[in-house]
Design a protein around this ligand. Structure first.
Ligand SMILES: C[C@@](CO)(OP(=O)(O)O)[C@H](O)COP(=O)(O)OP(=O)(O)OC[C@H]1O[C@@H](n2ccc(N)nc2=O)[C@H](O)[C@@H]1O
Ligand SMILES: Nc1ncnc2c1ncn2[C@@H]1O[C@H](COP(=O)(O)OP(=O)(O)O)[C@@H](O)[C@H]1O
Length: 269
């Protein structure tokens, strides 16, 4: 059974407080983007995980696809499967690619073996695999709070805009990014700021990780400045980085400066 796990960007990201469990509460809007991996799951005599495309750090049993399978196998009579993942979404990129693979594995197993799990139940399993994993169960624009795994509706529709994602071949681990943030309560809730027209976002919508990561990795600000220079309506780093995205009114020619980077352009839905 083939499926195509796609990634997300963060429209604004506020880290509001450190929790007693060591994680952080946040406010963000997660928005799906079409840059995606290819995931194939077929029944087999024994369990096997293989991958191609971009190399994935860690061994096969640690892969989030294998962990998602193992999680369901503990509670359900799921037969052995062969999982093949062709990795395209850059890693350590702030795009949630690994979480998407895990969530799409849960959804594929639920469908292929008729497990009868509801969306809420799939989200509960996904939460056990990573903070941003549950988002990919519904995989539609959602306002996220707490660890990034509690959702509410938001009227943000970027349908028809174009997006250019620039991954500067720099992997930033999520733990490294969180280690540099100073949590604080925003003066205005991100939810309200996102209701204003996208043309106002440049002055209002902020990713808190930029404050510590831009001084550490100056290339990130250079990409952001360049995206505004070539006409982006709004640009930001996504999540814990290092991908920087620009949102445009129309398709653009990718600038030469980005030719050695991993870039993707597409239409937002
Ligand atoms: C930053 C965000 C924002 O969208 O995404 P990415 O940019 O990495 O995709 C998420 O919060 C990342 O979620 P995810 O990548 O699933 O993180 P997890 O595996 O759960 O946690 C990795 C580490 O990040 C820190 N962490 C994560 C989430 C959170 N709300 N508070 C934290 O402090 C913890 O140190 C944790 O050990
Ligand atoms: N299927 C997978 N794809 C990507 N990373 C994976 C996967 N399974 C496990 N990982 C681990 O998760 C880490 C970060 O995942 P990724 O989702 O790419 O980062 P980010 O949260 O920055 O988007 C990787 O360094 C890797 O060790």
């Amino acid at each position: 059974m083939l499926s195509f796990p796609t990634c997300k960007i963060n429209l604004g990201l506020r880290i509001t407080e450190k929790r007693t469990d060591g994680f952080h509460n946040l406010q963000s809007c997660f928005y799906p983007v079409g840059w995606g991996d290819v995931l194939d799951i077929v029944p087999s005599d024994t369990f096997d995980f293989s991958n191609s495309g971009l190399p994935i750090p860690g061994n096969a049993t640690d892969n989030l696809c294998a962990r998602a399978y193992e999680l369901l196998r503990r509670d359900f009579d799921v037969p052995p499967v062969q999982i093949h993942l062709h990795k395209i979404i850059p890693i350590g990129a702030g795009l949630g690619g690994g979480s998407a693979d895990a969530a799409f594995t849960l959804k594929a197993l639920n469908e292929r073996f008729s497990l009868g799990l509801s969306i809420a139940q799939l989200e509960d399993y996904a939460r056990l695999l990573g903070s941003d994993c549950a988002f990919f169960i519904q995989n539609r624009p959602l306002y996220c709070t707490e660890k990034g795994d509690v959702f509410s509706e938001i009227a943000v529709d970027l349908t028809g805009y174009y997006i250019l994602l620039v991954y500067p071949n720099l992997a930033i681990s999520t733990a490294e990014a969180y280690a540099g943030v100073k949590p604080h309560q925003p003066e205005q809730a991100l939810l309200d700021q996102l209701q204003a027209p996208i043309t106002s976002w440049r002055n209002t919508i902020h990713n808190d990780f930029e404050d510590s990561l831009f001084p550490k990795y100056p290339i990130l600000r250079q990409i952001k400045d360049q995206l505004y220079k070539i006409g982006a309506v709004y640009t930001s780093m996504s999540g814990s980085g290092s991908t920087v995205y620009g949102i445009f009114n129309a398709p653009i020619v990718t600038p030469n400066q980005f030719q050695n980077y991993n870039v993707w352009q597409g239409k937002l839905m």
